[in-house]
Design a protein around this ligand. Structure first.
Ligand SMILES: Nc1ncnc2c1ncn2[C@@H]1O[C@H](COP(=O)(O)OP(=O)(O)O)[C@@H](O)[C@H]1O
Ligand SMILES: [Mg+2]
Length: 262
């Protein structure tokens, strides 16, 4: 496996608070990584640094061996890293289709230095195909303000994927989504990610979702990484169990059955 993203000693301080301290992470091509950690652990700070929304206080970020530390969000996107936000960043007054058209128009503007004609049939066909990749084409004409939360999340991710990134960073993709819809949403997103060949890193609080979709887990605690490894191994790490997972974890492991609390 070859690595695409590497952070070395990545650190961010806000005054006296060190939100992320000495973060050393390597993400490999096509890897699906779950990021866990309680609120305030530094997960979003890490994503914000990698995507150019926050300037690191120290350390460096390499993408495919190139130093991208200090790049603006737009420059980071161009190099092949895209993201979604905890709260979807959409144009609420526009329809689902129009939002996707804007995402594509912004791309062609970046690539060609000019604004593509937005509502040509070709653009509409491309945007509709992108929506159907996330199973949200039936919402094409609905204004975003009227969409259920799960559909908004899918649209936000579909728009982030429009540029065909090599790495997709998802900050709590299932937050605010009803529990019974979370697996469906993740199925759709992960199938699309795998089809595209991108690697993905997703922040998630639900350990069942982490177990189902991540092959590797990185655990943040108080600005530090306390575990990084294959999913089951990381989730069973004593510190991770004590500080993060607590009693919520019920992995389907035979030896766990004897110790099951309920
Ligand atoms: N812009 C900011 N200014 C000051 N402190 C911040 C800022 N952003 C985050 N922090 C602090 O950094 C720490 C990590 O926050 P964050 O990365 O958002 O955590 P998480 O995403 O894991 O919940 C928290 O203590 C938070 O209060
Ligand atoms: Mg966060």
């Amino acid at each position: 496996m070859s690595s695409i993203l590497e952070t070395k000693g990545l650190t961010k301080s806000f005054g006296a608070i060190t939100a992320a301290a000495n973060i050393n992470v390597t993400i490999n091509e096509k890897e699906i990584v779950g990021v866990i950690g309680s609120n305030g652990a530094g997960k979003t700070t890490f994503i914000n640094m990698v995507t150019g929304y926050l300037k690191p206080t120290g350390g460096s970020i390499l993408f495919r061996g190139r130093d991208i530390t200090g790049f603006s969000p737009r420059q980071v996107t161009r190099t092949g890293i895209c993201r979604s936000f905890q709260v979807a960043q959409l144009f609420p007054e526009l329809t689902t289709l129009e939002n996707m058209l804007v995402a594509h128009a912004m791309l062609s503007k970046k690539r060609l230095g000019m604004q593509a004609p937005m509502k040509s049939q070709t653009n509409i066909d491309t945007a509709m195909a992108a929506l159907s990749g996330y199973e949200i084409e039936s919402y094409a004409d609905a204004p975003v303000a009227t969409l259920p939360q799960g559909i908004r999340k899918l649209l936000d991710i579909a728009m982030a994927m429009a540029s065909g990134p090599d790495l997709l960073l998802l900050d709590e993709p299932t937050s605010g989504v009803a529990i019974e819809e979370k697996f469906g949403l993740m199925d759709t997103v992960m199938e699309a990610v795998k089809r595209s060949g991108a690697a993905s890193l997703f922040v998630e609080h639900d350990m069942e979702i982490v177990s189902r979709y991540a092959t590797r887990v990185i655990a943040f605690y108080d600005g530090h990484i306390i575990a990084d490894g294959p999913t089951e191994e990381a989730l069973n790490n004593p510190e991770v169990r004590e500080y993060i997972v607590g009693s919520e974890l019920h992995l389907q492991k035979p030896e766990d059955d004897q110790n099951a609390e309920n």
